[in-house]
Design a protein around this ligand. Structure first.
Ligand code: NAD
Length: 249
């Protein structure tokens, strides 16, 4: 059975590049209308333009700072004004600010928690009121295996991603009766601009820990996301699917 999302409207946060862009592309290929919601206005516009040309769907770029509740409310209102509904929400926007805990400033902590965890809460809260009324919704939160196993130098990031996994379960429980599912995808080591900034030595050490001995691609994460928002996953909620070449098991 092939997945058909024709008639559905989706929003992907942090959709301008990397994993978010791959999700935007994969959902568009399945027929979805899409909102590319990102802090980087120009990149979001370029991605939406590229998608529209390629898939002939509606692709709307919107600038948003997920960490700011007012900004999220404004963004969601624009989506409702344009598409009339939101069927699918992918909370993908994420940042890192790595350093050992002894050197981590409260600002480093707040920055990462506010984008990754509070951003996921902000979007879920605002979008879910529309999904509740529609009695339909599919929410996917992009977590990380670091939220399960921790990592040296990533106190803020690991806590934000562990928080997302817990938030996913609460969201799933609170909205289940309204036919809204919420699941998380926990990627391992994926080739994007976020990981390109890691020193070569660190990358080599990571690769030794991956049984498949290779990094994942943004498409590996996008394909699982597509499954979770499709009818094939109608009876799955509150789960975290790990996409990491066998690193965590
Ligand atoms: N790359 C990996 O190996 C990996 C592994 C596990 C999890 N993840 C998670 O996947 C997601 C995407 O990561 P990526 O590697 O594609 O990163 P990336 O840095 O390439 O892309 C992140 C996107 O989020 C946007 N963004 C950042 N802050 C924002 C904000 N406040 N409001 C709106 N948009 C904002 C950026 O502009 C960018 O387009 C993140 O949540 C990340 O934590 C990535």
């Amino acid at each position: 059975m092939s997945i058909n999302l024709k008639g559905k409207a989706a929003v992907v946060t942090g959709g301008a590049r990397g994993i978010g862009k791959a999700i935007v592309e994969t959902l568009s290929e399945a027929g979805c209308d899409i909102v590319v919601a990102d802090l980087m206005k120009k990149e979001a516009e370029a991605t939406a333009e590229e998608i529209k040309k390629k898939y002939k769907n509606k692709a709307l770029p919107l600038d948003v700072d997920v960490s700011k509740y007012d900004s999220v409310e404004k963004c969601v209102k624009s989506i409702i004004d344009s598409f009339g509904k939101i069927d699918i929400l992918v909370n993908n926007a994420g940042v890192t600010r790595d350093t050992l805990m002894l050197r981590m400033t409260p600002e480093d902590w707040d920055f990462v928690i506010n984008v990754n965890l509070k951003g996921t809460f902000n979007f879920t809260k605002v979008v879910s009121s529309y999904m509740m009324k529609a009695k339909y919704g599919r929410i996917v939160n992009i977590a990380s295996i670091i939220g399960m196993i921790g990592n040296v130098g990533q106190a803020n990031y690991s806590a934000s991603k562990g928080g997302i996994i817990a938030l996913t379960k609460t969201t799933a429980k609170e909205f289940a009766v309204r036919n809204i599912t919420c699941n998380a995808v926990a990627p391992g080591f994926i080739e994007t601009e976020m990981t390109q900034k890691l020193p070569e030595k660190v990358r080599e050490e990571y690769l030794k820990l991956i049984p498949m001995r290779k990094m994942g691609t943004p498409d590996d994460v996008a394909n699982v996301t597509l499954f979770l928002v499709s009818d094939l996953a109608n009876y799955i909620s509150g789960q975290t699917i790990v996409v990491d070449g066998g690193m965590v098991m």
